[in-house]
Design a protein. Sequence first.
Length: 581
Amino acid sequence: MSKILRVNMSTLSVVTEEPKEEYRLLSGRAFIAKYMLTEVKATCEPLGRHNSLIFTPGLLGGSKVFSSGRISIGGKSPLTGGIKESNGGGVVGIKLARLGYQAVIIEGLPKDAQKYILKITATGAELLSAEGYWGCGVYETAARLRQDFGEKVAVSCIGPAGENRLLAAGIANTDTEGVPSRYSGRGGLGAVMGSKGLKALVIDDTGLGSIEPKRPEAFKRVIQEYAQLLKTSPVIKNYTDFGTAALVNLTNAIGGLPTRNFSTGRFSGADKISGETLRETILVRKGKPEHACMPGCLIKCSNVYVDEQGKDLVAPLEYETIALMGSNLEIEDLDVIARLNYLCNDYGLDTIETGAALGVAMAGGLLPFGDQEGAIRMVEEIGKATLTGRVLGNGAMLAGKVLGVLEVPVVKGQAMAAYEPRAIKGTGVTYATSPMGADHTAGNSIRAGLKHNSREGQAAFSQKAQHTVPIYDDLGLCLFSMGVLGAHPEILCQLVNAQLGTDYVFEDLQAIARNTIQWERGFNQAAGFTKVNDRLPEHFTETPNPAAENAVFDVPGEELDNVHPDLELQKSQKDCMDSAC
């Protein structure tokens, strides 16, 4: 990847340029962090002309490394007011990388009411009119774009939520079958895309194959070793069999399954929405309990959930959605949760933020807990952008303010994912201290060997996890590959070195990861963030969780403040860059 595509929506210019030296060997989350800190005014209005929207594959994007095709989309979040990298699966990252793009940067705001599609091919890129697409749902948009531009193109697009600049809006990416179900959902970046008058990216890599490794013989040896690890790992098998929904029974057992607007952590109907029940239902109905969102994936944690007639309802149905739109709302019907998931996907909404907002709405008396039809109706209101829909579609924090609800599960304005922080305190530390807001993917402790409702060791675990996860985000690797590569960092380095021709040791990758965090924190500090922002809402520190031995979140503030010590950027990053071939 050796070029940057810069698109200015004010002047409608589309320019390909060489990356600056300071961005060499940076991609994915690291590129976003460095670019935002260096070139975007941290105090800018997120939906204004000074913000940038960045699409960037990982360093291993477009290669034959299994599960390495994820896309990072970033900018300043209108939800948190800080930096945001939102990671998604599918084929968008793969095709951008094969076209040679380190990043696509969208700048400025349109001067008129015209809306656009950005088409990117091997011969260049151009802005086309989005007339006829604007106003369409995500599923129709992707289907029509693939019909108009070719079945094999990748699509990254927004729905009505993004067009209406709702802060819960995400960006949908197509999977191996052209279904726009792989979401870069968090942080409201769909609203940023909508503010720029951009409906979709259409990416056509016709005629281009996988990026060949710089060291073919070394690559051949290590890729076989990596494949064997994936095929024999019990952790990976669990993901394959049950997907992320395997966590329902685990979190419920320890009092960490968000229930009734995070007021407790155990749900009486958990068995009805568990990963085991999900798999059994899919098998009985002849759906797909195992599904790969990108070519060559051996993990296959995705699924295709179908109705009683075997017709697709949604793909995939994930743990986060099951919890936020199931137990959090006291809904115990997978078909209803799947319907809510489908509607959110089609409108272009983050299911985590929307589920949290619905929980707040129920706590505020807008509708009762367990009201299935009411929940569906409220999501439809968001799609129609009614007044009520706009309140809920702008996220849980705003919904709490409008409805007078104090118990709102957010950090830095972003809703918590499906891990109750009084019961799973390591993830609670990550919620509090991640530059991204309440983001479980920044460092989740649920599978760690900790006593989850004790405060001991939680900050130390979160620090290690948060300073490791960016390695995978920077490379474009699925985080679930950490299930095997985490125990074999030498194999991870061999994969990287064989593909890129570098001579990294694991400490070099760790240095880039720490720098990524430091750049993100630097941007947030310039935007006005302080230690005060690295805290959970006070009801989590004062009101016990009855399902977790009446625990409160009691990790001391000093420990939270020390998760990310403000160190100098790691010198070894420059050293390892200079040694790269």
